[in-house]
Design a protein around this ligand. Structure first.
Ligand SMILES: NC(=O)c1ccc[n+]([C@@H]2O[C@H](COP(=O)([O-])OP(=O)(O)OC[C@H]3O[C@@H](n4cnc5c(N)ncnc54)[C@H](O)[C@@H]3O)[C@@H](O)[C@H]2O)c1
Ligand SMILES: [Mg+2]
Ligand SMILES: [Mg+2]
Ligand SMILES: [Mg+2]
Ligand SMILES: [Zn+2]
Length: 480
């Protein structure tokens, strides 16, 4: 930020009295110029603002009444072109007024979405808009997209067929919705590390012939940087990255394991625990494959008329085989894989210094977590947060802010992570769902996260969005 307001005193201004007089003259001249500049920005007078700025570049970050800059005034009044020019001259978009608002906050508040988009566009912008957060923390486990899904190719039967037989193609094998994995004990701290077993076409080709086999096209490997193939290269089949498929089969699991040359291979039996030991890259692939396969296993027959169905579009569609079925007229959501939205929220006490956590009977001893619940039809995410919190804990909630989300493939939830502020504090739990709910002090939460000597509770595992939401709140400043 520019701190220099005044031009350097001239040679002539040597004596003290003279210097003081000159300084006040400069001050008033500069003050007047700042006023004119701020006024031009507020009115959206691009010509005047640009002229003043080219004559006196140091005007750019000057503040007027209540610490408002030209950028803030232009953002307040919706003058997109002025905002654009100020940004192109390198103005500080993170500067705050005396109410700690940035130009982005102001544009957002006044509903100038095109301006808030412009001000919040870059990564560093997002970082500053959400104070004290690192964007990478917002990438939750199960959410990394390692493959390019190439959804446009799902209807290209010829292309899919070529990919199926291609020697570079990678196949993952699933049995009972569990992927075949090889596991190894890394060290005491990291624990078990699980890797997906990868197969080539030759090893699975007779499985592909079986009628009960379900085959899902997951996508092609993403290649980073300039070497990533253009769409025309893709059309010509030049340098195409390897494709990935998931296969689900009813063949005996023990027989399937014999196909693998790697050691310590298995199909994990407890998904909630075992699926949390992959790398971030593989976890994202597992989330995609498992949710689509779970849909196939639960929706084998047409939900509209009960007839048999057939797989289409690389495993992303099931069509009814009854030619008279209503589901074949127009687009029907019953033909496509489902996603169930769930809100998960950290409720913050009105004092800003405590949060509400609950525990279900099935949780490990002493573990507390965020409250969560399915979004109901015709309900907004915010209303679902308010309803679920009140149902489960009796606490009423006011403002709700979305933070991040997480695909949760047990079997196909999308966890929508929010912070919410309570407007009442008395707790009355719904004993059918929650065993206990409590307000925890920020300090207790920090000690529990750091696993201090007397933690008040234990955290859910780091792979859960619940863990990340609680951590996010600890990292924020407490003045909501
Ligand atoms: N990743 C995480 O951090 C995390 C944390 C908590 C919960 N979750 C997931 O969120 C899900 C929902 O949370 P909840 O159990 O508290 O929800 P909830 O409070 O809405 O209660 C669950 C009950 O809602 C009913 N229900 C309504 N719609 C449903 C649907 N589409 N599928 C299944 N049941 C439905 C069922 O009766 C079920 O028993 C859980 O199943 C869990 O897998 C994930
Ligand atoms: Mg719940
Ligand atoms: Mg509930
Ligand atoms: Mg519910
Ligand atoms: Zn049907």
């Amino acid at each position: 930020m520019h701190t220099q307001v005044l031009p350097e005193p001239t040679e002539a201004a040597r004596t003290e009295g003279k210097a003081a007089r000159m300084t006040s003259l400069h001050l008033s001249a500069m003050g007047e110029m700042v006023e004119r500049f701020l006024d031009a920005a507020a009115r959206g007078d691009l010509t005047q603002a640009s002229t003043l700025l080219s004559n006196t570049p140091s005007l750019i970050n000057q503040k007027g009444y209540s610490g408002w800059t030209a950028l803030m005034l232009a953002a307040r009044n919706g003058h997109y072109n002025v905002v654009e020019v100020l940004l192109s001259h390198g103005c500080d978009k993170f500067s705050v007024n005396s109410s700690s608002q940035t130009a982005y906050d102001i544009a957002k508040f006044w509903g100038h979405r095109h301006i808030s988009n412009l001000l919040g566009r870059t990564d560093d912008g997002c970082r500053r808009v959400l104070p004290d957060t690192d964007l990478h923390q917002h990438e939750n486990y199960f959410s990394r997209e390692t493959l390019d899904r190439l959804s446009g190719k799902r209807t290209d039967k010829v292309w899919l067929e070529t990919k199926r037989n291609h020697p570079d193609t990678v196949y993952l094998l699933f049995s009972n919705l569990s992927p075949m994995v090889s596991s190894s004990q890394v060290d005491e701290h990291t624990g078990v590390e699980t890797k997906l077993c990868r197969f080539r076409y030759e090893a699975v080709k007779e499985l592909l012939q079986k009628p009960a086999t379900v085959l899902i096209f997951l996508g092609v490997e993403k290649r980073r940087g300039p070497s990533s193939p253009s769409s025309s290269q893709m059309e010509e089949g030049v340098q195409e990255p390897p494709a990935w498929f998931a296969i689900s089969t009813d063949e005996d699991a023990a027989e399937l394991l014999k196909r693998c040359r790697e050691k310590n291979c298995s199909f994990p039996k407890t998904p909630n625990r075992d699926l949390l030991t992959f790398s971030e890259e593989e976890a994202g692939i597992v989330a995609q494959a498992r949710s689509v396969l779970a849909w196939h296993s639960r929706y084998s027959f047409c939900p509209t008329c009960g007839s048999s169905t057939q797989l289409e579009e690389g495993g992303y569609k099931r069509s009814c085989l009854n030619a008279d079925c209503r589901s074949l007229k127009g687009v029907h959501n019953t033909c496509y894989p489902r996603v169930d939205p769930v809100v998960i929220m950290l409720v913050i006490h009105p004092d800003g210094n405590q949060c509400l956590l609950g525990r279900k009977k099935i949780f490990p001893a002493r573990m507390f977590s965020c409250l969560a619940g399915f979004v109901e039809p015709g309900e907004t995410m915010e209303d679902a947060v308010r309803r679920e919190v009140e149902e489960e804990s009796g606490v009423k909630v006011g403002p709700v802010q979305y933070i991040s989300c997480q695909p949760w493939p047990m079997p196909s939830n999308l966890m929508i992570g929010c912070l919410a502020v309570a407007i009442s504090t008395d707790i009355k739990v719904d004993e059918n769902e929650i065993e206990e709910a409590r307000w925890f002090q920020r300090q207790q939460v920090i000690e529990s996260l750091l696993k201090g000597p007397h933690p008040a509770f234990t955290f859910p595992p780091r792979q859960t969005i619940a863990h990340q939401l609680i951590k996010h709140w600890i990292g924020m400043n407490s003045n909501l």
